[in-house]
Structures are given as structure tokens and as C-alpha cells.
Write a protein that binds this ligand. Structure first.
Ligand code: F6P
Length: 533
């Protein structure tokens, strides 16, 4: 039997065993959690037992994870469909040497990082100013990885934000750029056009809109812009002075790019020292990922629990539930990281995947989600594995009692999901409320919680730049591990191309410059509606 078959067999044999029964072993919690560098990852409230874990670790070993991991950190071209190295880790390990095509790439990385630091200091101090004086606002125009990383991190690190106010424009819907620019002073606003390729239609369209907005108010709009891109040629063609362009190489994937120049808006907001803490957190997780034995390796076990829940147990989605309001954009960030990386139907060699690809990832911060979709998580007919995140303390000591309430809610949810509430308890509850007979029975059934629903909990001391760096790198390596085990190339994204091509062809149809001939009936019908007045 293959390890996959063993896993399915083991799952089938224990499918009915309540997770709570695993706690008959008093060591369950400590043996099924990992503590590393101030983080605690508890996966004891899942149905993974010691044998399942052994099998999962064997699966990871057999996938060649260790050598693949080494290859990634060493700069090998593991993104085979694009012929590229995968070196976002180099952006947070500025001291070392990494060779791609025989050349050490770290010199240029350090040089651009140093320029970002200087630029940030100069903007934050006012030494570099806009047409109207010190910059008060920064608008990052980008989409996908050129938006979600800095946007998520800037919200997460608000307590450290002491620079210009940072805003983000991503959607090609004109409402987005309109609403963000409305109320800003062009003379004290710095626009960062952030695009790896500098061809992305949404970003370039929004950048043009910002340019005209600037040009209407200022004679020298150029000094209000900076750019972040791999294409010096295209940033020059857009009219951005090379001294304000921060380049990077194609071995930084869009959704892995917040650690380098794409993080410029974050650096401007929290300062180079705070940004350095973020990089150090990422580097600390890198060191753990590279050295910890697989069964004690946090990203590896996070990935293996995901594989158990999705590929083995067949749960189609995964909810990410940060009990931290400032991580409100983490689920959206992880949607791109996980679904753009591992939402693939073929393996690296082009053959159809033997197992399900990565799951649907979704979520919202608790406690808000509790008053919205947790109903389904507790009592719906499907099972949604939940990933809780919680800090030991917040940044508002005067509101410590609110943090305790937050923590109590987080722990209560994972407890409720696992233990549930049986029909006998529900009946007793309703009897105490005065119900009897058929009505008692009916009402009691509505109050049953099936329980036995898996969750993991990641605890951290406090959401500092360092901690955020650890968490983001943890998830990156989780996605990588999952991809290696499934045989997926986690670093390309061909699935976004077809829609982009069709959109380019459809725009002239909507203006009437081209006909809808050859389009399917539904699309023609929709076009007719949009074109009718
Ligand atoms: O369309 C998907 C994508 O290529 C993402 O992978 C990327 O993060 C985003 O678009 C933005 O790309 P760019 O930084 O080149 O504008």
C-alpha cells in the first residue's frame, strides 16, 4: 500500500472516533503542539493521532521535501514552468550569499534595500518633499501581490505606523481610485506604482488616473511618484525618475513579494526599523523551517494537518479566523498565497493531479465572524476545519479586559467545535426552560451541536512586526510544503491568464468598436444589456 492509501485506510478506520477521545491521553495537548521562537501551534484538536502523524511525516519525507527546500533556499530554478528561482527568502536574509546562474544576487538586493531605507527616512523626515511640502499621504497602486501584502501588513501594524498615512488602490473599478484620492492633497501625496511586470491593466489604468489627478493640480506631477517593479524600461516610459524606482528580480513571486521593494509603502508607514523587525521575524521562521525535524517543524505540520483535513478527510474549505482585528486582511492575503499557489490541476510534470489541489481558504476576524457565519461552522452539514490565531496580549493595556474577552471567545470556539453538545444535554436544557412532549423534542434537536469539528490554534505573544514576519513566513512555507507533497509548482499562476486575455478582447465589444460575433449566447445577451440605454 502507498502512504496515501495507508492514510485513507487509517482515516476510514477511525472516522467515527470523537476527537475528544484522543484527550484520554493526558499528554495529547503537549505531544500534538509545537512551540518555537515564542509561537505555539496547537493541533491537538484535530483527528490526527500518533499513527496518522507518522504516516503524514513519511509522506513529507517521501515527497523529497528536504531536498526541494534546500534547492529553494539555494536559488535553484524550482519554478520550472517559468524557469525561475524562488528566492523571497533572500529578501529577509540580507547578510548571506545566494547564487543564481552563477552570480551572487545579494549585492543588488542589499543595494536596493539600502536605497529603500534612505528613501523612507527622507520621506518620513520631510527631507524629500512633494510640491506642497512634507508628504502626508502615500497611495500604493497595485493589485494581487503588489497590494495585498503591504495592505494587510500596514493594517496589522497600525500601532507602529508613525509615518505618512498609507492608502491602497487596487480595483480597476474607478470607484476605488476615485474614493481614495478624493480628499487627499495632490501636493503632499506620494503615489507608489507597484507592479512587478508594470503591465498589469488594473494598476496601469489606476496609475494613469492618478497621473491625471496630479496633473490637474500641479505643474510638476513627476515628483509625486515612485515605482516598484522589475522593469526599469517601463517605469521610465511612465515617466518616473530612476532615483525613485526600486527594482527587484523575477525570482520574487508577486504573492511572496512584501519582503522587498513591494513592501515600500509598509516601510514608509512603520519606518525602516519596524520593517527590519518584520524581515527578522521572517528569517527566524526560515531558520526554523530549515532545521527543525519534520514532526516538530511548524510550517510542515501546518501543511500536513491541511493535507489530512482536505485531501484525506475531504473537507473542501478551510477557515482562517484571526482573533485580532488588525489581521482583518490576513484571510484575503492567504487566499492569494494559498489559492494562487496551490490551486492547480496538473503536477509539475504536466500530468493530472492524483489528489485534490489546495482547498478554498476563507475567513474573517473573530469575534465578528461569530455573529455571521459561525452558525454554519457549528451546525451546518459540512465540516469546515478552522485555524484560529490569537495574541497573548494586545497593544491597548487600558483595554486589557477586552483582550481577555477576545481570548475567551477564541478558546470557547475551538472547545465548542470539538465537544459540541449532545441531544441529552439539549433536552435537559429545554426541560429546565419548561418544554415537554413533542415540542421539547423538536426544540432540543435545534440545540444540538454535533461537535467533533477540527481546529488548530496559533498563539503568539503580541502582533509586533517581528511576529507578523514569523506568521507570514510560516504560511509561505506551509504552502510550499503542501505544494511539494502534491507535486504542484506553487510559484506560477497560469490560471489567471485566460480571463485577462478575454477581457482585453471584450473591452472594444463593450464600446462598440468590435462585434460580439462568435461569442456564446449568454455573453452576447449580457453585452446587449450593458450596451442598451
Ligand atoms: O494576475 C495575477 C498576478 O500576476 C499576481 O500573481 C500578481 O501578484 C498580480 O497579478 C499583480 O502583478 P504585477 O505585480 O505584475 O502587477
Amino acid at each position: 500500500m502507498s502512504i496515501w492509501e495507508d492514510l485513507h485506510y487509517h482515516r476510514a478506520a477511525h472516522a467515527e472516533r470523537p476527537i475528544a477521545d484522543l484527550f484520554q491521553s493526558p499528554a495529547r495537548a503537549s505531544q500534538f503542539s509545537i512551540a518555537a521562537d515564542d509561537l505555539l501551534f496547537d493541533y491537538s484538536k484535530t483527528s490526527v493521532d500518533a499513527h496518522a502523524r507518522d504516516l503524514l511525516v513519511r509522506l513529507a519525507e517521501a515527497s523529497g521535501l528536504s531536498s526541494r527546500r534546500e534547492a529553494m533556499f539555494a536559488g535553484a530554478k524550482i519554478n520550472e514552468t517559468e524557469g525561475r528561482a524562488v528566492l523571497h527568502t533572500a529578501l529577509r536574509n540580507l547578510g548571506g550569499s545566494v547564487f543564481v546562474d552563477g552570480a551572487d544576487v545579494m549585492g543588488p538586493v542589499r543595494e536596493v534595500h539600502a536605497r529603500m531605507v534612505q528613501f523612507s527616512r527622507d520621506i518620513r523626515s520631510g527631507r524629500i518633499a512633494g510640491a506642497g511640502g512634507k508628504y502626508t499621504d502615500v497611495v500604493n497602486i497595485g493589485i494581487g501581490g503588489s497590494d495585498l501584502g503591504p495592505a494587510m501588513a500596514t493594517i496589522a501594524l497600525q500601532p507602529y505606523a508613525d509615518g505618512p498615512k498609507t492608502h491602497f488602490v487596487s480595483n480597476v473599478d474607478g470607484a476605488h481610485v476615485h474614493d481614495v484620492l478624493k480628499g487627499l492633497n495632490p501636493a503632499t501625496t506620494l503615489v507608489i506604482v507597484a507592479s512587478k511586470t508594470f503591465t498589469t491593466i488594473e494598476t496601469m489604468t489606476n496609475a494613469e488616473a492618478a497621473k491625471s489627478w496630479m496633473a490637474q493640480a500641479l505643474d510638476t506631477p513627476g515628483r509625486q511618484f515612485a515605482a516598484v517593479s522589475t522593469s526599469a524600461e517601463r517605469t521610465a516610459a511612465f515617466g518616473i525618475d530612476p532615483s525613485r524606482v526600486f527594482g527587484f528580480e523575477d525570482w520574487v513571486g508577486g504573492r511572496y513579494s512584501v519582503w522587498g521593494p513591494i513592501g515600500l509603502s509598509l516601510m514608509l508607514a512603520i519606518g525602516p526599523e519596524g520593517f527590519g523587525g518584520f524581515l527578522d521575524g521572517g528569517a527566524t521562521m526560515d531558520a526554523h523551517f530549515q532545521s527543525a525535524p519534520l514532526a516538530e517543524n511548524m510550517p510542515v505540520m501546518l501543511a500536513l494537518i491541511g493535507i489530512w483535513n482536505h485531501q484525506i478527510c475531504g473537507y473542501p474549505t478551510r477557515a482562517v479566523l484571526p482573533y485580532e482585528q488588525r489581521l482583518s486582511r490576513l484571510p484575503a492575503y492567504l487566499q492569494q498565497l494559498e489559492m494562487e499557489s496551490n490551486g492547480k490541476r496538473v503536477a509539475m510534470d504536466g500530468t493530472v493531479l492524483q489528489h485534490a489541489s489546495g482547498p478554498v481558504v476563507w475567513g474573517e476576524p473573530g469575534t465578528n465572524g461569530q455573529h455571521a457565519f459561525y452558525q454554519l461552522i457549528h451546525q451546518g452539514t459540512g465540516v469546515v476545519p478552522c485555524e484560529f490565531l490569537l495574541g497573548r496580549e494586545g497593544h491597548e493595556p487600558e483595554l486589557a479586559h477586552q483582550h481577555r474577552l477576545l481570548a475567551a471567545n477564541c478558546l470557547a470556539q475551538s472547545e465548542a467545535l470539538m465537544l459540541g453538545r449532545g441531544i441529552e444535554t439539549a433536552r435537559a436544557l429545554m426541560i429546565r426552560k419548561g418544554f415537554e412532549g413533542d415540542e421539547l423534542e423538536r426544540q432540543a434537536h435545534h440545540r444540538v451541536f454535533p461537535g467533533n469539528r477540527p481546529s488548530t490554534t496559533l498563539l503568539y505573544p503580541r502582533l509586533t512586526p517581528f511576529t507578523l514576519g514569523q506568521i507570514i513566513a510560516l504560511y509561505e512555507h506551509r504552502v510550499f510544503t503542501e505544494g511539494v507533497i502534491l507535486g504542484i509548482n506553487s510559484f506560477d499562476q497560469w490560471g489567471v491568464e485566460l480571463g485577462k486575455e478575454l477581457a482585453v478582447a471584450l473591452e472594444p465589444v463593450l464600446t462598440g468598436e468590435a462585434t460580439a460575433e462568435g461569442k456564446d449566447g449568454s455573453t452576447r445577451n449580457l453585452i446587449d444589456y450593458l450596451r442598451s440605454r
